[in-house]
Design a protein around this ligand. Structure first.
Ligand code: SF4
Length: 495
């Protein structure tokens, strides 16, 4: 099939902002194509991870080991970062430190200017999303091409990723077919092999044109100064080796101490992310091209990004820095499964996004996100490094309560609830009252519609009605009917 490499690139739309999560969530629930696309999480991603972890045989031990590695590393992060920087420099890498997004963007733009780059290819990288790099480079006249298939799709659509590892999961096959037809000028087809072939042909030429490649990194090994890319499409390898200059933007929590730790980390990452024993490509880069190397960049730059991570390190939610960005917590989350990633409004969606976004961009703007959870614990159970996400969300909710930043109704209801729970008499009276007041709304033992401020609770679910007789009353009855006969004094004296 012939395709043209000339295509229009609308660029990345900005993230929508987490302030309006409730409105975004409502819109998402009404969005039929999105709801259709999100089915893939339940039918594909979740069972693949569950089966893969079961097949490992020692998944629990591996998760414990992976967590221990992250715990050790984050506890001495400064030392491991220094070691990584020293070893990378020894291998010929130019290491840069970026305190925030603006500094990281300036460093990368400075490199692009110096080498007079025009075309930049990119591997998938959430860190570059975090610093809004594409828009920054495009505004300065650079042609930026995403080369991961999902990222390429959303770049054509002018959107942002809605999932950490499957950025275009919110798109149906029909939407992608229409997008390719419109932007690449190819015949309309919904056949997946044909669609991937179209993308492949459009992108191959870009690698040859590119002056600079930008990627993230899944891991940075302190012992060797290597960075590691874990991908399935080979675009990470092409982006990092074909252009004459490669820049890797690496969140500073990505460091791991030793090469031997990598075996554990890659195993838990790929099994959790895509249910694969190992991904198609695991690329380890130690320094730029050497004299006798067949390929590789002339310059390799690693930009170590803080951008709020030091703040997380000092906080009670330090555990959030263990995250491997596998996406497993998103896939199992009942909220994410229903509203998708764009509703969260930040770069990182889902349960871990509900922790990271408020911590990276401020609790004031993202105060809805810690509440966007049922606290069911599915995310914690799926996480390859056992991050206790519900606990981290509760920490953030506690901060909101301490700042009195909770809705008035919620404050009044919880104050009442705390009074009631501390007084047996009040508890008994409240139950009796609730049983009485609910009567007009009960249908066959269920509450399907509640009035006034409670209406939202029953908009999408039913509640079991309060029982007409409380547990305490029924327990008293049981005791009265089944009271054992008194023990006779003769038997009692046997001892
Ligand atoms: S919090 Fe855990 S499950 Fe979620 S993306 Fe990070 S590593 Fe994966």
């Amino acid at each position: 099939m012939q395709t043209t490499t000339q295509h229009t690139q609308p660029g990345h739309a900005p993230h929508r902002g987490p302030e309006d999560f409730p409105e975004h969530a409502k819109e998402a629930l009404q969005n039929a194509p999105l709801q259709q696309a999100l089915q893939l999480l339940v039918t594909n991603f979740v069972p693949r991870r569950v089966n893969a972890m079961a097949a490992l045989g020692n998944a629990e031990e591996l998760r414990t080991e992976a967590r221990a590695i992250k715990e050790r590393t984050i506890a001495r992060l400064d030392e491991y970062l220094d070691l990584f920087a020293a070893q990378a420099q020894r291998a010929g890498v130019q290491v840069h430190w970026a305190a925030d997004a603006a500094e990281a963007r300036d460093i990368i733009t400075g490199i692009a200017q110096r080498i007079e780059a025009r075309v930049i290819v990119k591997g998938k990288s959430m860190a570059t999303e975090e610093i809004h790099l594409n828009a920054h480079l495009e505004q300065r006249g650079y042609e930026v091409v995403e080369t991961d298939l999902g990222e390429y799709i959303i770049q054509l659509a002018g959107e942002t990723p809605s999932h950490i590892i499957a950025p275009a999961i919110h798109k149906t096959r029909q939407q992608i077919a229409a997008l390719f037809h419109e932007h690449l000028g190819t015949p309309y087809t919904e056949e997946i092999p044909e669609l991937t072939q179209i993308a492949r042909q459009a992108l191959r030429g870009q690698f040859l044109r590119a002056d600079m490649g930008i990627t993230g990194a899944n891991f940075a090994i302190a012992e060797t100064g290597s960075i590691v890319l874990v991908t399935n499409e080979g675009n990470g390898r092409l982006s990092s080796t074909m252009p004459r200059v490669h820049v890797a933007l690496v969140g500073m929590e990505k460091v791991i101490p030793r090469l031997s730790d990598l075996a554990v980390m890659v195993k838990v990452l790929t099994n959790s992310a895509t249910g694969q024993k190992i991904s198609s490509y695991v690329t380890m880069l130690t320094g730029p091209r050497r004299e006798h190397d067949l390929d590789g960049p002339e310059e390799l730059h690693v930009v170590l990004l803080d951008n709020g991570r030091s703040g997380i390190l000092r906080s009670a939610n330090r555990e959030a820095l263990y995250c491997l960005r596998c996406g497993a917590c998103l896939n199992v989350c009942p909220i994410y499964q229903n509203v998708g990633g764009h509703a969260y409004g930040g770069v990182y969606p889902g349960p871990i996004g509900a922790v990271l976004t408020p911590m990276l961009s401020g609790l004031d703007t993202a105060k809805h996100l810690p509440r966007a959870s049922t606290l069911c614990g599915a995310c914690r159970d799926a996480c390859p490094v056992k991050i206790n996400i519900p606990h981290l969300l509760l920490n953030l909710r506690q901060q909101l309560v301490e700042r009195h930043d909770v809705p008035r109704t919620e404050r009044v209801l919880f104050t009442l609830w705390s009074w009631i729970m501390r007084s047996p008499w009040l508890y008994k009276t409240a139950l009796a009252l609730a049983a009485l007041l609910q009567k007009p709304f009960v249908t066959q033992g269920w509450l399907s519609t509640l009035p006034g401020p409670f209406a939202g609770w029953t908009q999408a679910r039913d509640f079991k009605a309060v029982a007409s007789r409380s547990f305490r009353q029924r327990w008293q009855d049981t005791l009265q009917h089944e009271r054992p006969a008194p023990v006779s004094s003769e038997v009692a004296s046997d001892e």
